[in-house]
Design a protein around this ligand. Structure first.
Ligand code: FAQ
Length: 311
């Protein structure tokens, strides 16, 4: 890239300008955004699977309607984000292919199973909670279409987090068995939720460049710390125990000291060896293959319209 153009671009970023699709941008900026927005979109789409698993088994009609709405929101977030990525010169089909053949990632969290109804509470509370912690600052990200998509997405994620916490309140204040289920869900989801923020800053290959381009607004460890500080009092309010014996308030830093996740496990999940990686990709591939007739029908219809117009 031309150094002069690079300097002007960086000055625009530093001044807080939004970069729009037709503006000049360094190739690395474009590539990083396609990767991050694409992975974010894939996470929303694959993220429907663990909760979709419980729609038919929700305990009441009301809970079912709420869960259905939440999962539909996630589909909408995925489509929004694919559109934002498309403004960078990649097609949705290309992104989909890269997800389906494993070239592109989606969030590690969705490779863990949802075993009980309490997991619907824990996913909403912790997974959406972690997602918001990361996405609220992204409303100020430097790429216009991504920043604007985040505004609406964050509003919906707040409702998702509240509905999850509401399920946890019911379970934690319910029968002994329900309380045990709530605690078990927290035990299983806690560390995978901490992994959502990505590896420690020292191991994060993209953070430095992404932060100087304001593609990322915060470091991974900073957001993870904020999430722990926000979530521990919420667990206490529920009367549940965070599964970390070393968790302790640190007066000097004004935050909790806590145990980080098992990073070997995290990198194994990223390599495709998590508990549900195979199942998740198989489900997405099957949905794509089962939808072939719809795509073919649409193409045939479009061709017919085109030839009618020409006649
Ligand atoms: N899972 O250098 P960094 C949701 C990869 S919320 C998988 O630190 P970066 C809502 C990373 O890609 C979840 N891979 O990377 C919802 C890179 O590998 P690469 C989605 C991860 O990008 C809730 C390598 O590790 N949210 O879906 C993860 O600067 C409930 C090195 O890492 C977003 O995507 C991970 N957890 O920082 C839906 C938010 N962490 O690509 C349904 C936007 C790292 O070089 C139900 N994304 N990696 O092969 C971001 O803010 C960033 O991309 C980070 C990672 C913070 C996730």
């Amino acid at each position: 890239d031309d150094p002069e153009k690079l300097a002007t671009f960086q000055a625009r970023i530093d001044a807080g300008d939004k970069i729009e699709p037709k503006d000049w941008m360094p190739e690395g900026y474009r590539k990083t955004l396609i990767r991050q927005i694409g992975q974010h979109a894939h996470s929303e789409i694959v993220g429907q699977l663990p909760e979709g698993n419980w729609i038919t088994r929700a305990p009441t009609l009301e809970r079912k309607a709420i869960l259905l709405a939440k999962v539909q929101d996630e589909a909408g977030h995925g489509l929004y984000l694919y559109c934002a990525a498309e403004t960078l010169g990649v097609t949705r089909d290309e992104l989909t292919e890269m997800l389906l053949d494993g070239r592109m990632k989606y969030s590690s969290i969705f490779n863990y199973p949802t075993l009980t109804w309490a997991d619907m509470g824990a996913v909403g509370w912790l997974v959406d909670g972690a997602a918001i912690m990361n996405q609220v600052p992204l409303q100020r990200t430097s790429f216009g279409p991504y920043a604007r998509a985040m505004v609406r997405i964050c509003k919906e994620e707040s409702f998702h987090q509240r509905q999850g916490y509401d399920i946890m309140m019911k379970m934690a204040n319910g029968t002994e068995a329900q309380k045990r289920m709530a605690q078990d869900a927290l035990n299983r989801m806690w560390f995978p939720s901490l992994m959502m923020f990505g590896p420690s800053d020292a191991e994060s290959v993209h953070s430095e460049q992404s932060m100087s381009w304001k593609i990322k607004m915060n470091g991974n460890d900073e957001l993870r710390q904020k999430f722990v500080d926000q979530t521990v009092p919420q667990a206490e309010y529920l009367g549940l125990t965070v599964p970390d014996p070393d968790l302790k308030w640190n007066e000097t830093k004004g935050g909790y000291d806590f145990t980080g996740p098992d990073w070997d496990e995290f990198f194994e999940v990223l390599k495709g060896n998590g508990p549900c990686n195979t199942e998740r990709l198989a489900a997405r591939n099957k949905a794509w293959d089962d939808g072939a007739w719809v795509r073919e029908g649409l193409m045939a219809h479009a061709a017919k319209k085109r030839s009618a117009k020409m006649a």
